[in-house]
Design a protein around this ligand. Structure first.
Ligand SMILES: [Zn+2]
Length: 447
């Protein structure tokens, strides 16, 4: 059965029925799926049976979405890592007896702590979310995808690759080629969609220019990214769109809860829609209470249709959520400006919450600066502090660095309302990353 087959090439939706379903109906759809998932997980996955027995909750207790939110305990990465260690190699957090059907093995990129192991079926929920995004933006089976990365155990790359196949498009993998070879391949094979992290897409453009090639004149019509703060931050998107003469498409997801992806809205580029066909999302405050629509809090996700479902998984990502129907016609939840920060990466300076993406946005808007930067969280005299290292644009002479730094510090003080230490460092001194750029470093003393 073709669950996600589109109605016609002209339709702006990959699955119009699901994407435009009225909220009330969508909630009923989620409730039924959650009830089924909890019953299934309780019966087949030791981790959930153990957690629910300890909490005293039974699958039949979940009669409403409020029951789900109030009675089902949330899970966190350390819980899953612990249950994975009980019965190696895949542990007690997957469906027992499913091993004969495993076709994938991945490991999360492990932002903090031990990486998660992930297994899945072919066409598991992991590859079902991305076609919604691509289709929404006009990518069709006639398009040709170029994947500018080495395929390791980083799941997002494989998810993108399988999703492009699911969409029906042609795929080109650049494998272990270096950046110059990738530029040449793009020029020779004329792909229309470039898939890379935002930082690496800019790096390819930089190398192309060094080779005397203008990337804006290439065949690339779309740059599709994921894996770090991306095109939902307008300044990062605009820089990429300008460099490539292409449309920048963002995607936010976590390998930990695969399939729970959100994608750029075609009508409002500062919005990300959760692919509610494959995931259920809600925003909770520190006490686990539901944050009203329009409010900010922690994004808590549940994914459907995998052998290792995550039910009420705490992402530690801070988002602002909205449920009113969007101009694009979708009824799916949207997040303004994507992920605003991490619950563990937010600093509070004199009562003001400061998130890395806000800093990145301001840097991106200022003339004379490049997007290459590092943000360091420190403890100074017992309180949180922020230090930024940022590279200037290449044409800025070294004699102007001090002045540029002062200008940025003023801008940050004016727009965020706090004092942030700024250091302008010479071009090329901030490391470049092919896979996931590490921009935020937390050196704070543990309290
Ligand atoms: Zn929309």
């Amino acid at each position: 059965m073709q669950l996600y087959s589109p109605r016609s090439m002209e339709s702006p939706y990959w699955n119009e029925y699901l994407e435009t379903m009225p909220r009330e109906k969508l909630d009923q759809f989620h409730l039924r799926r959650l009830q089924h998932l909890i019953e299934y997980a309780y019966k087949n996955i030791p981790m959930y049976r153990d957690l629910y027995d300890k909490t005293g909750v039974r699958p039949e207790d979940i009669k409403t979405l409020d029951d789900f939110r109030e009675k089902i305990p949330s899970i966190d990465k350390p819980d899953v890592v612990r249950f994975q260690s009980y019965d190696p190699p895949f542990g007690d957090s997957i469906v027992k007896g499913s091993v004969d059907y495993h076709t994938f093995f991945f490991q999360t990129s492990g932002t903090t702590g031990a990486p998660l192991k992930e297994v899945g079926y072919y066409r598991d929920a992991v590859s079902n979310a991305w076609p919604f995004k691509w289709w929404a933006h006009g990518i069709r089976p006639r398009d040709v995808f170029y994947f500018a990365f080495p395929f390791g155990t980083f799941m997002a790359f494989w998810a993108a690759y399988h999703s492009a196949i699911l969409l029906g498009a042609q795929v080109i993998s650049s494998g272990g080629a270096n950046t110059q070879q990738r530029v040449q391949q793009i020029m020779e094979m004329e792909p229309t969609v470039l898939v890379a992290t935002p930082t690496y897409a800019m790096r390819i453009a930089e190398v192309a220019r060094e080779m005397g090639i203008d990337p804006a004149q290439s065949s690339i019509k779309y740059v599709s990214s994921a894996g770090e703060a991306g095109y939902v931050v307008s300044t990062i998107r605009e820089a990429t769109e300008k460099a490539w003469g292409a449309k920048g498409l963002d995607m936010y997801g976590l390998s930990d809860v695969w399939g729970c992806d959100s994608f750029s809205c075609p009508a409002n580029p500062d919005r990300l829609h959760l692919a509610e066909a494959v995931a259920y999302g809600m925003v909770l405050d520190e006490e686990g209470n539901l944050v009203p629509e329009g409010g900010q809090g922690e994004w808590v996700l549940t994914n459907y249709g995998t052998v290792s479902p995550m039910i009420k998984y705490r992402t530690h990502d801070v988002v602002e959520w909205h449920k009113e129907p969007c101009d694009c016609g979708r009824t799916w939840i949207w997040l303004r400006h994507g992920v605003l920060g991490r619950t563990d990466q937010m600093v509070t300076i004199k009562g003001t919450n400061v998130y890395p993406t806000a800093i990145q946005s301001i840097i991106g808007e200022m003339e004379g600066l490049s997007g290459n930067l590092e943000i360091h969280f420190l403890t100074e005299q017992g309180t949180d502090a922020v230090q930024i290292k940022v590279e200037p644009a290449r044409e800025v002479p070294a004699g102007e660095y001090d002045q540029l730094g002062k200008k940025l510090a003023n801008e940050l003080r004016y727009k965020i309302g706090v004092t942030i230490n700024v250091e302008i460092v010479p071009p090329g001194s901030v490391p470049r990353y092919e896979v996931k750029a590490k921009r935020v470093f937390d050196h704070r003393e543990k309290k």
